[in-house]
Ligand binder design. Structure first.
Ligand code: PAF
Length: 284
């Protein structure tokens, strides 16, 4: 496995890999957990070579967010990825990704505006900009993202379609189902911020979401089910609920009532120092 920090050696490595078969890219910010390793295993099933990027992208963090605190553990991450048979870890420095004078921003309207886009202004511009750069740097045949970041996946797919990206083509941007802990909490690098008590309480998130979904699917008005969900989180130890919305699964428009199209329940809530997000399918 090659650990690469600069663009010229990356390009040489990519040329050599491409001569030998297809390339799958798994973009990450490091602090890898089983959710990331599941993406890597899926990537191995899709292409001869897997490239994993590890870059804590300052553009997608707001002024008061956790950029400095975000866990960085490159050596440990590389050991995990080497054991998975990854070909290249692409770990650029900030000044390599954003050299002096960098002035371009990719902003995806519509799908990036509500939910996390409203709660974290500029976040999805930062995501779209860095992911577009990663795609251009690695030119993967396929790219894999976790469905835990459902809105992020929708933003990236929209960007790839709108910009006519061919590597990867929009249809080759694949979502992989969320990997959960035994008690149902979605795996996230930010779970590391939780104390033992907060981690135990955090199970209220998937539990309350499942209860709300059962209510909605059973015919309870959406507003009532979502209010009960928020109350359950606050009673269970969460400090606040940024949003809890039933949305169209594709365009993420908020649904005040059930629809016959695929639906998704999306929630963001704060507990201790962590802001946790999760989403689940809701049957029509
Ligand atoms: O999901 C993430 O880890 C990040 O948002 C991503 C896609 C690697 C872009 O920085």
């Amino acid at each position: 496995m090659q650990l690469i920090h600069a663009l010229d050696p990356l390009r040489s490595a990519i040329d050599a890999l491409r001569a030998d078969g297809a390339i799958a890219l798994v973009p990450t910010m490091g602090a890898l957990h089983d959710g990331h390793l599941t993406l890597v295993r899926e990537a191995k099933a899709k292409a001869a070579h897997v490239v994993v990027s590890i870059f804590v992208n300052p553009l997608q963090f707001g002024a008061n967010e956790d950029l400095d605190a975000y866990p960085r553990q490159l050596e440990r991450d590389c050991a995990l990825l080497e054991a998975e048979g990854v070909a290249v870890v692409w770990a650029p420095k900030v000044e390599t990704m954003y050299p002096a004078g960098f002035a371009t921003n990719i902003s995806v309207s519509g799908v990036s505006e509500g939910l996390d886009g409203a709660a974290r202004p500029g976040h999805f511009d930062g995501v779209a900009t860095v992911v577009c750069k990663l795609f251009n740097q690695v030119l993967p045949d396929v790219a894999l993202f976790g469905e835990k970041d459902w809105q992020q996946l929708a933003v990236i797919r929209r960007m790839a379609r709108d910009l006519d990206l061919t590597r990867p083509h929009a249809d080759a941007i694949l979502g992989v189902p969320t990997v959960r802990e035994a008690d149902g909490l979605a795996m996230s690098s930010r779970n590391a911020y939780l104390t033992r008590e907060q981690r135990a309480a955090a199970v209220a998130l998937p539990t309350a979401m499942r209860a709300a979904i059962a209510e909605i699917e059973g015919g309870v008005p959406v507003g009532d089910a979502l209010s009960a969900l928020a109350r359950a989180l606050l009673a269970g130890g969460f400090l606040s609920v940024d949003y809890a919305e039933l949305c169209d699964a594709a365009d993420l428009s908020v649904l005040p009532a059930r629809s016959d199209k695929p639906m998704r329940l999306l929630v963001a809530a704060r507990i201790g120092k962590a802001r946790l997000i999760d989403n689940m399918a809701v049957a029509p």
